[in-house]
Design a protein around this ligand. Structure first.
Ligand code: PLP
Length: 374
């Protein structure tokens, strides 16, 4: 059987990884400034993470959600403290798209409305509702047409107001920082007004923090730069440092109703063990503070490079825009200088290194990056 060929892939076979480094089958060492697509938070193969998951699988690898799983409560309590949302509830699933799917459904159960407002250039995942609120029409299948979605321009509060004043919008979904859209940071004043209009119209405000959350920006959540509190927050990626796990943080105004949401694998013991280990390490090694510090250093240094058109982002979620397409530079960086980076669109590099990256490693990255510049 062949693997269904829906991803373009680099001809690299990684076999091992440690911290911010990845090693391929030929023994080449790569600097990981992509974090396996923003997933690696505490660093590859962190010993405490490996130990915690190994111990858990030797005790209880899985049981269904029909029994009590104290690990879920232990994790939820730690997450509440770390994130600043101790009064919210947690529902766990497995992927980012699923977290958004459940968030959108929960909003619709709550206010019995159907329509969703999303933003131009958004990305929220590939399941039915998540893909429909993603502003990339080529990802929609004909069956996705039924969900009514209005895409409004980024930071355009009047466009949002116009949609919400009809009173038929169930939820507004927005990324903490647009990732695939190009590392686009929202204006904090816009988020404050958005929060206000959603409250006035009883529209549910969903913050997709799947890429921008979990400490990556130097705050636990990117929306915390604006000081707002969404009704629902979705998380995934860095949460499990590679173990598939995602979550929906739910404000106390939502009532939990048996049967409305469900999952086989969500919140399983291995996923909880992974997520607990990640939060423990983030806490012990002060990785959110580190993301702020090293991210600022990287952005300051990148802004000094004249070939770059613009540097955007917060912490370790950084977009570097060039006037020309970046593919040739990115390939050179990967194959000649052995550095993984992300990209969005044709002109923007996306840096998403593990949150444990040091200033020294960041300096190494900058030296290699400068080597490939035109
Ligand atoms: C902002 C955002 N939302 C949702 C998703 C979907 O996550 P997943 O691929 O785990 O379903 C992604 C993935 O890149 C993302 O960046």
């Amino acid at each position: 059987m062949n693997y269904f060929d829906v991803f373009p892939r680099w001809n690299i076979i990684p076999v091992k990884a440690l911290g911010c480094k990845v090693y391929d089958k030929d023994g080449n060492e790569y600097l990981d400034f992509y974090g396996g697509h923003a997933v690696i938070s505490i660093g590859h193969s962190h010993p405490k993470y490996v130990e915690r998951i190994s111990e858990q699988v030797s005790q209880l690898g899985f049981y269904s959600n029909s029994v009590i799983m104290p690990l879920q409560d232990e994790y939820a309590e730690k997450l509440g403290k770390a994130s600043g949302y101790p009064d919210y509830s947690l529902f766990m699933v497995n992927t980012g798209a699923e977290a958004n799917e459940n968030a959108l459904k929960l909003a619709s159960f709550y206010n019995k409305r159907k329509k969703v407002v999303a933003f131009q250039h958004s990305f929220h995942g590939r399941t039915a509702a998540a893909v429909r609120v993603t502003d990339i029409p080529k990802y929609w299948a004909p069956m996705n047409d039924d969900l009514e979605v209005a895409f409004v321009p980024w930071n355009d509060i009047e466009a949002v107001r116009k949609e919400l004043k009809q009173g038929d919008v169930s939820s507004v979904i927005i990324e903490g920082i647009q990732g695939i859209g190009g590392i686009i940071v929202p204006d904090p004043a816009f988020l404050v007004e958005l929060r206000q209009i959603c409250t006035e119209t009883d529209t549910v405000l969903i913050l997709d923090e799947i890429q921008s959350g979990y400490g990556r920006t130097g705050k636990f959540f990117a929306h915390q730069f604006a000081g707002i509190r969404p009704d629902i927050i979705t998380i995934a990626k860095g949460m499990g440092n590679g173990f598939p796990i995602s979550g929906v943080l739910i404000s106390p105004k939502f009532e939990a109703v048996y049967g409305q949401l469900g999952t086989t694998f969500g919140g399983n013991p291995l996923a909880c063990a992974a997520a607990i280990a990640v939060l423990d390490v983030m806490n012990e090694e002060k990785l959110v503070e580190n993301a702020a510090k090293v991210g600022q250093y990287l952005m300051d240094e990148l802004k000094k490079i004249p070939e770059i058109k613009e540097v955007r982002g917060h912490g370790l979620m950084i977009g570097i825009e060039f006037a020309e397409p970046v593919k040739p530079l990115r390939d050179k960086l990967l194959f000649d200088e052995k550095v993984f980076t992300g990209a969005t669109g044709t002109h923007v590099f996306r840096l998403l290194p593990p949150l444990c990256v040091t200033k020294e490693i960041a300096g190494d990255f900058l030296a290699r990056f400068k080597k490939v510049l035109p």
